[in-house]
Ligand binder design. Structure first.
Ligand code: IMP
Ligand code: MG
Length: 180
């Protein structure tokens, strides 16, 4: 049986080195901006698990992390409807929340999540995204930290998947069907 990862080729868009360098820069900036604050990172599963793990290890500040599971994508197309598949385990009230998201695409997911968190009365809500597909935006969302702006291609790797595959790649690439 053919492995799904063999039916596609992944054209490198952002190398492992480029990603690590930029994630370090953003982690240091966040550490400066949030020094001595009571920060709770909210990592959006599943796509941002690798980004979150790198970011928290490169940060120079005290913080807690919680994970929330959302779903809006099926295959390569957004369904436009967000579902929460898990709940918060840490208290949100009075905390400085930093949402960690893999990709900001149409904006539906982040807009929804920010509203959900706002209901829980945090002190502040800040957003940190790995990739920003600015040209695909349908809902305006403010983003304070963005690592890379990319075009409207479907990408995989560094935690980001296609139907659950390709998450383990250390780089980010554009998914193309193999001609072989
Ligand atoms: P939005 O609600 O349209 O902004 O979609 C954001 C979510 O869709 C991200 O958190 C990703 O999980 C997923 N997504 C968007 N673009 C891609 C992609 O190119 N590859 C894999 N997942 C994607
Ligand atoms: Mg996601």
């Amino acid at each position: 049986m053919m492995n799904i990862e063999e039916k596609y080729v992944v054209d490198v868009l952002l190398s492992e080195e480029e990603i690590q360098k930029r994630v370090s820069e953003v982690a240091l900036q966040i550490s400066k901006d949030f020094k001595d604050k009571e920060v709770l990172l909210v990592s959006v599963l599943n796509g941002s698990f690798v980004f979150s793990a790198d970011l928290i290890r490169k940060m120079d500040m005290k913080c807690k992390i919680d994970f929330i599971s959302l779903s809006s994508y099926l295959g390569t197309h957004s369904q436009g409807k967000v579902k929460i598949l898990s709940e918060f385990k840490e208290d949100i009230i009075g905390k400085d929340i930093i949402i960690i998201e893999d990709i900001l695409d149409t904006g539906t997911t982040l807009d929804f999540l920010k509203r959900e968190i706002a209901f829980k009365k945090p002190k502040s809500i800040t957003t940190c995204v790995l990739l920003d597909k600015k040209c695909a935006r349908k809902t305006e969302v403010d983003v304070e930290y963005s690592c890379f702006e990319i075009g409207n291609d479907f990408v995989v790797g560094y935690g980001i998947d296609y139907n659950g595959f390709f998450r383990g790649l250390p780089y980010i690439g554009i998914l193309k069907e193999s001609t072989q």
